[in-house]
Design a protein around this ligand. Structure first.
Ligand code: FES
Ligand code: FES
Length: 150
């Protein structure tokens, strides 16, 4: 079946199977920044933005997002670069596996809560799990980034 949507600011018409999940559609179309982790709505690494809201792409049917605007990190390059600078400065660099989903979630947070507190950040990022580091340095880097780039 054909499904039309906007992906990273470009209108796309894609061939998808009925019952196909958005994660598979994006990866099948070479958007490989979108990662597969648990594949069961638990880890957050497959997060993309649908109309600026974080969505777990492993759990959303592609047909359900027809006509919507999808963003992956390829579509927010400038913000990702800025955020990476703050993360590096706080020693909070992350692996390439969880980083795209985190950056997208922070981008959505920036849009939804322009001046978040540390608690807002912690709460908003609850669904983005990291298997290897703590969260404190990440959250401080994000707070500084959003305070200084608002
Ligand atoms: S792969 Fe989608 S939540 Fe883990
Ligand atoms: S830094 Fe990527 S999962 Fe922890």
């Amino acid at each position: 079946m054909k499904v039309t949507m906007t992906i990273n600011h470009r209108q796309r018409e894609l061939d998808v199977a009925p019952g196909e999940h958005l994660l598979d559609t994006l990866r099948n179309h070479h958007i490989l920044s979108v990662k597969r982790g648990c594949d069961s709505s638990s880890c957050g690494v497959c997060t993309v933005l649908v109309d600026m809201k974080p969505v777990l792409s492993c759990s959303v049917l592609t047909a359900r997002v027809a006509g919507k605007e999808i963003l992956t990190v390829e579509g927010i390059h400038d913000f990702v670069e800025t955020l990476a600078g703050y993360m590096g400065h706080e020693g909070a660099d992350q692996c390439g596996f969880c980083n795209p989903a985190l950056a997208l979630t922070v981008y959505a947070l920036k849009h939804e809560i322009p001046h978040p507190t540390l608690d807002d950040i912690r709460h908003y990022l609850l669904g983005n799990l990291c298997r290897c580091t703590g969260y404190q340095a990440q959250h401080i880097a994000i707070l500084k980034c959003l305070e200084e780039c608002a």
